[in-house]
Design a protein around this ligand. Structure first.
Ligand code: C2E
Ligand code: CA
Ligand code: CA
Length: 408
């Protein structure tokens, strides 16, 4: 069990059915969680929290409740700045549960999972143990917004470090490349994840410099790997804001040349995180990057950030299906439908498909059977420092034979 879910943590159950309280409380007790409080009405739960009646580490919330339903309760949790974990519970069909889960995550709540009623002890155990605090974050309070000048000093002062997460070919199990994921080595807060500073960098015009630094470090590392005989595609995330400057393709090509890395070793992952300010310029830039043989990948596919018209207009060579459609797709018909549709579309457009968020053997087996090209996710490797890649390669070589065998 993760170190965040301490057994002495206070847990709140919000459900209008008393027998559900009894059942869940007993199951939680069996897992060692004894400090459990129940409310039959969401309004009571809110009143309790607002009066300071308990710093809850975890809330189980039913979706169907008279008076205030679960969705509204979630909105209220955001309003009172609840920072603990949330588990959604529902007797309705899975899609409603999924929608509510998405909504809660969009509100930046820490959703551990969604459970169907009746909740089995095994489901409960899984949702609690699946949850591990994101690396570098010691508690929810660690999530804070940084001032733009502090961020600027970090970017220009060499405080950004690149982590790398391997991508492997599903058919052969061979490592095809790595994705560069930036972190900020903060003097007080430790390792800060990009979700906590990329948006600030974009809003304050620091993203070009950030990309420049990340790219230069990634290219330097790519050269070191090439010298060591490792031919890896190195992917770097770029923001749509980077695609505002017509100089960008030449700048990238020059950076690659300077590092001695063939442009075809480099992949740029593009998410439409904000509306394209200047669609024509972005098209121009993306087309010229392709002409320079730099790989282009469309990131977070399916989340609405990337649109179908981009696929039509831009010669992307890789499509990354967002992890929200990958993990668990084998068990969930709606996820599976979206995943398979994305895969089919990518094939017709002659693009490779990368599945991100591959978290367990089930995901892996499903993707192999579906004919997806490449996999990335915690099941294969977490993002790591460049110096740890060699050791991971050795461990992977041991695991690989079992993972690529044809299942009887
Ligand atoms: P992304 O491009 O979608 O990157 C994948 C994120 O999913 C990474 O989070 C990675 O650590 C995480 N991840 C990988 N495997 C799994 C898995 O199996 N399960 C789960 N639940 N998560 C997994 P990270 O490193 O926190 O990065 C978050 C986002 O920040 C990235 O999402 C990317 O959009 C952005 N980002 C990272 N580095 C840069 C950068 O240099 N420039 C820009 N513009 N954005 C960056
Ligand atoms: Ca990415
Ligand atoms: Ca993604």
């Amino acid at each position: 069990m993760s170190n965040m879910l301490k057994n002495n943590m206070k847990i709140l159950l919000v459900d209008d059915e008393p027998f559900v309280h009894k059942l869940l409380a007993r199951q939680l007790a069996n897992l060692g969680f004894n400090d459990v409080i129940s409310c039959e009405r969401a309004t009571d739960a809110l009143a309790l929290m607002e009066s300071g009646g308990g710093a809850f580490g975890l809330i189980f919330c039913d979706l169907q409740m008279p008076e205030m339903d679960g969705v509204e309760f979630v909105r209220q949790l955001v309003r009172i700045q609840y920072t603990g974990g949330l588990v959604l519970v529902s007797g309705e069909d899975g899609r409603i549960l999924q929608t509510a889960e998405k909504l809660s995550r969009a509100h930046q709540l820490d959703v551990l999972g969604a459970l169907h009623k009746p909740v089995s002890p095994e489901q409960l155990r899984q949702v609690l143990s699946n949850h591990s605090p994101r690396e570098g974050m010691t508690s929810h309070a660690a999530r804070k917004i940084y001032a733009s000048d502090e961020l600027w000093r970090a970017i220009t002062g060499g405080k950004l470090v690149n982590y790398y997460q391997p991508k492997v070919d599903l058919a052969s199990g061979m490592v095809s490349g790595v994705e560069t994921l930036v972190r900020w080595q903060h003097p007080q807060d430790g390792l800060v994840l990009p979700d906590q500073f990329i948006a600030t960098a974009e809003e304050h015009g620091h993203i070009d410099e950030l990309t420049r630094v990340v790219l230069a470090n990634a290219l330097r590392q790519a050269r070191i790997w090439l010298d060591a005989g490792l031919s890896l595609h190195v992917a770097v995330n770029v923001s749509m804001d980077n695609l505002d400057s017509l100089e960008f393709p030449d700048f990238v090509a020059r950076a690659a040349a300077k590092a001695g890395v063939p442009p075809s070793c480099l992949v740029l992952e593009v998410t439409e995180s904000r509306l394209m300010k200047n669609p024509l310029a972005s098209l121009d830039i993306l087309a010229r990057l392709r002409l320079k043989h730099i790989g282009l990948s469309i990131d977070d596919f399916g989340t609405g950030h990337s649109s179908l018209s981009q696929l039509r207009d831009i010669p992307f060579d890789e499509l990354k299906v967002d992890r929200s459609f990958v993990h668990g797709a084998s068990r969930d018909p709606s996820l599976r439908a979206i995943f398979e549709a994305s895969l089919g579309m990518a094939r017709k457009l002659d693009m490779k498909t990368v599945a991100e968020g591959v978290e367990d053997q089930e995901d892996w087996d499903f993707l192999r059977a579906a004919g997806c090209d490449t996999a990335q996710g915690y099941f294969i490797a977490k993002p790591m420092r460049a110096e740890d890649i060699g050791r991971w390669f050795e461990a992977w070589a041991e695991r690989r034979p079992d993972l690529v065998q044809v299942k009887a």
